[in-house]
Design a protein around this ligand. Structure first.
Ligand code: SF4
Ligand code: SF4
Length: 441
């Protein structure tokens, strides 16, 4: 097996970032020391199947990546955290770890948000990450399974050029595809047979935490799903929220029933976050600064919206408060969380119930299996920033010929970020202020 520094260097060169979240550069995460690495295979956002499909066919590479991550961080233990119900993926992992005494499996129940790092680390290890903290604060590193797959490839000198993406929601044939980074969303929808409704929003990510996107957007290193969200469903309505109206409604309609707080997964873990208090503070003209500051530890999971009988969105208010506080440089100090609430045992929100509550259950009937045919893409547009940190700068020029895997963007020395590589072979057709387009038409 490669040495620690070799692994970290290879991962940095290959441009590996967290594939399941904010795109934090993986080489930085691997430079930490810890005693456990958790492979996050919870895939808790409804309708997504990209992690399950990857595991079914490439569990060997994921387990290899887990071993490499353990080697880099000095961890003695690796744990694959996966939902019991993902039977085929689970069987593939079980087969792969037969000769891996340091790696075990932790079976998760089917609830949302089982994959939230605070929730996951507590459920798997019983370790409580402090409020505003990260897993390394409790001697743990968590990596999404596709990130581990990319670590395995990086050590074999294969750069991150492709992404597993589930195309689902109101589409004719839900499917998971492995496509070059920069593939237009329009093309992904075609692969799923097009949409079944006329009025919809496109989501980059899951229905609960995904972001709205346009047909012209393209696949990045953090795109896990592309969903067609029909008008009138909860995720669609949640993107139509007008903040000004929400604040007026917080004043007039919030009855302080506390339903949002009772269901908040961070609150149930013992965090100080109480969305009903934030709503009260907003309604009262922003006087309870202590309550408002707790918006900074909100994960934006959206369960409070599901819980609210008045149709309010504490999440949207929290997002706005966070933005304002971050602009003012206000931070939330890492604070040990209190003991988990005993109610947590029966308040974990079942994934099936969530699908019904958000009005998307009819779209979950067909599993988005992996498309087995090779996918040809003749033009890709790659944003220079698809990771946490600073954008990459182009290292190529318009008209230059590139091969798949060639480096086309680098990070300035000493800055946080990730290298960018050509995801198809062709000619550099355009370089914009924040993107590079490669074409082989
Ligand atoms: S979005 Fe709502 S439920 Fe989720 S962590 Fe934030 S306050 Fe809690
Ligand atoms: S659930 Fe809705 S009405 Fe009840 S306290 Fe929370 S925001 Fe207010």
């Amino acid at each position: 097996m490669a040495e620690r520094q070799e692994i970290i260097k290879a991962v940095e060169l290959a441009g590996v970032v967290g594939a399941g979240g904010a795109g934090f550069p993986t080489h930085v995460k691997l430079a930490a020391r810890c005693d456990v690495v958790i492979a996050n295979a919870a895939e808790c956002e409804p309708l997504l199947a990209n992690n399950q499909e990857l595991l079914k066919y490439s569990a060997d590479a994921v387990i290899d990546g887990l071993n490499l991550a353990m080697e880099a961080t000095g961890a003695q233990k690796g744990i694959v955290a996966i939902k019991k119900k993902y039977r085929e993926s689970l069987a593939a992992i079980e087969k792969e770890i037969q000769k891996e005494p340091r790696i075990s499996i932790f079976l998760l129940d089917d609830f949302y948000p089982a994959g939230d790092e605070h929730v996951l680390v507590y459920d798997v290890l019983g370790r409580k990450i402090p409020e505003a903290g990260i897993p390394i604060d409790v001697n743990t590193v968590v990596q999404n399974v596709e990130t581990l797959y990319n670590i395995s490839r990086a050590v074999k000198h294969i750069a991150v050029t492709d992404k597993y993406v589930t195309v689902s929601g109101a589409v004719k044939n839900p499917v998971t595809v492995n496509v070059p980074l920069g593939t237009p969303f329009k093309k992904l929808l075609e692969m799923a047979g097009g949409t079944m409704v006329r009025d919809f929003l496109l989501f980059d990510g899951g229905p609960m935490m995904g972001k709205t996107a346009s047909m012209d957007s393209t696949v990045t290193k953090t795109t896990s799903g592309l969903l067609a969200i029909p008008a009138g469903t909860h995720p669609w309505l949640s993107k139509k929220i007008n903040l000004h109206v929400q604040i007026i409604r917080a004043r007039s309609a919030c009855c302080q029933c506390r339903e949002c707080t009772e269901l908040c997964p961070r609150r149930l873990l013992g965090h100080a976050l109480e969305p009903h208090r934030i709503m009260r503070a907003v309604a009262n003209g922003i006087s309870d600064v202590t309550a408002l500051k707790t918006a900074l530890i909100c994960s934006e999971c959206g369960l409070c919206e599901i819980a609210c009988p008045m149709g309010l969105s504490p999440r949207a208010i929290n997002v706005e408060i966070k933005k304002t506080m971050q602009q003012k440089g206000i931070k939330y100090d890492k604070t040990p969380a209190l003991a988990q609430m005993k109610e947590r045992a029966w308040r974990k929100f079942p994934a099936k119930k969530l699908l019904t509550r958000i009005g998307m259950d009819e779209y979950a009937a067909n599993h988005a299996a992996l498309m087995q045919t090779k996918i040809e893409v003749d033009e890709v547009t790659l944003p220079l920033k698809q990771h946490a940190g600073v954008p990459a700068y182009p290292t190529v020029q318009e008209g230059q010929k590139v091969e798949k895997g060639d480096i086309i963007g680098r990070i300035p020395e000493g800055k946080l970020g990730a290298n960018l590589h050509a995801s198809i072979g062709g000619i550099v057709a355009r370089i914009g202020p924040d993107y590079i387009t490669i074409s082989n038409r």
